[in-house]
Design a protein around this ligand. Structure first.
Ligand code: GBH
Length: 491
């Protein structure tokens, strides 16, 4: 409206992709239904029920295994034309390997994908959203190079089965979170705590597996299926803790190179390979710690070439911002880890609202910053925001979530219209309340409320579902939910 100095003139073009996202393990349940095999989250949570905040697991979750038709109706009523979902690897291939395809799993995804197409919704399918088949974990999971081949075999099955109706694929979701929290530390399954070594092996083979699958699609499927395939990376934004301290600006850059550049540089930069800073730092730290070899593996020349350009778009998951400063690498910090290698400390100002989780503070301008950082480092590759959203206590009148979506989308509009960043799409996280990994069912991200106390897992639209639907249909944000002070972040 007029009172916002004409900035509301920025609208979303007709071809801007609006969608909503989910992940198989977080909504499906049906953990042993229809011949599904076990994945690492099934196995680990059955063995360690105290791992999650509420001692819950994903056995039933939001029961989308049975309720997918209702899910499709919900997506339809949001008015979005795209739905990002993931395939549960062991629902399709119970042992993880392609020597046995599970008929029921095959049909399950066929029904969802056809159901979506029938009502004009385009699916975007993620092959790996963290639910690794358990038999592969027994072989070391992503630290084992054989995973590159097994991931390729799984992808081939998926392209053969669904490539006729799926034409946007992502290979994997947030390798940083999976490797750093699952292999380096214990926040995620498999909780290996192999810090300093495990997260880099995981990173290395996930990247190679991604590139292998990109080329598989490119060479054997794209000519007939004509789709796009990319990867989803996650990044917080970074701001200097003390803006007048030049060291803190360097710390922000170092943080982003370690968190995002480690994954993005091999794929999206013109030079390829791990970023110079990351390579040098881990080599140096390994050396002074007495290691004969660097804890970060090396790519061969051939692998560097294979990785370079192996994504048709940049899938970005973004939630929040941290203030960054350098950390002393003192005695308490002697044990090698990705954080220790990075040598930075992160914090969030106490005046940034945190309605639902200790890690997720609301700071919309960070969204514009991280989008610009991607443009600065990797040029005009099309960016698709594959996740963005806020958690809270779960009430139906979720004003903070409504405000979050409008404020973050406003920053996206500034990045596109003022900074000329190439953002082509946006997926809200998430369709409905779900299993939030270590948080169990405690943190709520849904546009739809799910009643987890009812066997029916009843879904109810929140205010944010109505408001997001309005944004999607009108192709503009709702300035009633933008704080006046937000408009000062104009450049
Ligand atoms: C995304 O990760 C995931 O892709 C999605 O599945 C998830 O539901 C969504 O976030 C919302 O959480 O134990 O200190 O690591 C975003 C990255 C990873 C950030 C887990 C918070 C938990 C705190 N998130 N992390 S910690």
């Amino acid at each position: 409206s007029e009172r916002h100095t004409g900035l509301s003139n920025y609208t979303f073009p007709e071809d801007f992709i609006f969608g909503v996202a989910t992940a198989a393990f977080q909504i499906e349940g049906g953990w042993n239904k229809g011949g599904k095999g076990e994945n690492i989250w099934d196995t680990y949570l059955h063995k360690h029920p105290n791992f999650t905040l509420d001692h819950s697991n994903g056995d039933v979750a939001a029961d989308s295994y049975h309720k997918y038709k209702e899910d499709i109706t919900m997506i339809q009523s949001l008015g979005v034309k795209y739905y990002r979902l993931s395939i549960s690897w062991t629902r399709l291939l119970p042992n993880g390997t392609d020597n046995y395809i599970n008929e029921d799993g095959m049909k399950y995804y066929r029904h969802i994908l056809e159901g979506l197409r029938k009502v004009g919704i385009t699916p975007m399918v993620t092959l790996f959203h963290w639910d690794l088949p358990t038999p592969f974990m027994d072989l070391g999971g992503w630290t084992n190079p054989v995973m590159v081949n097994y991931f390729e075999d799984y992808a081939r099955v998926a392209f053969n089965l669904y490539g006729d109706i799926v034409n946007i694929w992502t290979t994997m979701n947030e390798p940083h979170q999976h490797c750093a929290n699952g292999y380096g530390f214990v926040n995620f399954v498999p909780a290996l705590n192999a810090h300093g070594i495990g997260e880099y092996l995981c990173t290395h083979y996930m990247l190679l597996a991604h590139a292998k699958v990109y080329h598989l699609y490119d060479r054997y499927f794209r000519p007939s299926q004509n789709g796009k395939i990319g990867i989803t990376l996650d990044s917080f934004a970074g701001e200097p803790k003390n803006a007048s301290n030049p060291n803190d600006h360097v710390a922000v850059e170092n943080y982003l190179q370690m968190h995002l550049g480690l994954y993005a540089n091999p794929i999206f930069s013109s030079s390829g390979d791990y970023p110079r800073y990351v390579r040098d730092t881990i080599d140096h730290m390994s050396q002074i710690q007495g290691f004969t070899r660097s804890r970060l593996p090396f790519f061969t020349e051939q692998e560097i070439v294979m990785l370079k350009g192996s994504s048709d778009f940049f899938g970005l998951n973004h939630y929040t911002t941290y203030k960054i400063t350098n950390c002393e690498r003192n005695e308490n910090w002697q044990i090698p880890s990705m954080d220790h290698d990075n040598g930075i400390c992160m914090s969030q100002p106490s005046n940034w609202p945190k309605p639902g989780a200790s890690w997720l503070a609301v700071h919309p301008p960070g969204f514009r910053k991280i989008i610009n950082w991607i443009k600065k480092n990797y040029g005009d590759v099309p960016i698709i925001v594959t996740e963005n959203g806020l958690c809270d206590d779960g009430s139906l009148e979720d004003f903070e979530r409504v405000s979050y979506f409008n404020e973050y989308l406003y920053q996206l509009l500034l990045a596109v219209n003022i900074d000329k960043c190439n953002v082509r799409g946006y997926f809200a996280w998430t369709l409905m309340d779900d299993f939030e990994w270590g948080d169990g069912y405690v943190t709520k991200f849904g546009l739809y409320h799910v009643d987890f106390d009812s066997p029916h897992r009843t879904r109810t639209p929140k205010l944010s579902a109505i408001n997001y639907g309005q944004i999607v249909r009108t192709r503009q944000i709702d300035f009633d939910f933008i704080k006046p002070e937000s408009t000062k972040y104009q450049s």
